[in-house]
Design a protein around this ligand. Structure first.
Ligand code: PRP
Ligand code: URA
Length: 209
């Protein structure tokens, strides 16, 4: 069974309050999504493999550590996942980036896939899937199912707000995937929006409503 980590660091919780506020405009919303993603990435990369190297400081030789191997690929789910990308790339600028395009059909709330472009060496990388909202879990489950066909070394999911229904569905469908979220909210409403949530993440990031 994968880990479920709720990253409830005070800085993240404070920024999340600003993010949820309906009076927060797109400019600030985008900045907050990036900042939260960066702080969460610190936690989600805690178990990256290290290898020992020897370097020379101005004072002496030192045996010290660097991250081992090709390491990471970030895969945002379009659109809203791309809002998290700048933040995680600040921390891991050498990571490769794939994209999965998926939107929720408003009637069925089932994900509709429309795009997939992943790094060619993804089988040698640890993948972190990015999407701020885990509502029914359908989009994350389908995206991870697609990514698994390329045999990456491991897959983690990093969201900002999860509904209990989506978390349950994701951990059941993909028990090998570690899940990182900043908040586990109360429930889904009749339109499968997270309550209290923050509304439509894509629309708030891109100002499309
Ligand atoms: C949102 C969100 C997730 C999905 C979550 O995207 O960014 O991808 O809904 O819902 P689920 O867990 O029930 O699948 P949306 O479908 O609104 O697409 P967009 O980002 O293109 O607006
Ligand atoms: N997608 C969103 O952007 N918000 C929700 O609350 C649910 C799905």
């Amino acid at each position: 069974m994968g880990k479920v980590v709720i990253t409830n660091h005070p800085l993240i919780q404070h920024k999340l309050t600003l993010l949820r506020d309906k009076n927060t405009g797109s400019k600030e919303f985008r900045a907050l999504v990036q900042e939260i993603a960066m702080l969460m990435c610190y936690e989600a990369t805690r178990d990256l493999p290290l290898q020992e190297v020897e370097i020379e400081t101005p004072v002496a030789m030192a045996k010290t550590k660097v991250i081992s191997g090709k390491t990471l690929a970030f895969v945002p789910i379009l659109r809203a996942g791309t809002g998290m990308l700048g933040g995680v790339l600040e921390l891991v600028p050498s990571a490769k980036v794939g994209h999965i395009g998926m939107y929720r059909d408003p009637e069925t709330v089932k994900p509709v896939p429309y795009y997939c472009k992943l790094p060619s060496d993804i089988s040698q990388r640890e993948v972190i899937v990015l999407d701020p909202m885990l509502a029914t879990g359908g989009s994350a489950i389908d995206a991870i199912t697609q990514i698994k066909t390329y045999n990456p070394k491991s897959i983690k999911f990093m969201g900002i707000i999860a509904a209990p229904e989506g978390l349950e569905a994701l951990t059941t469908a993909h028990p090998d995937v570690d899940v990182y979220c900043a908040a586990l909210d109360e429930k889904l409403n009749e339109h499968s929006y997270i309550v209290p949530g923050l509304g439509d993440a894509g629309d708030r990031i891109f100002g499309t409503k």
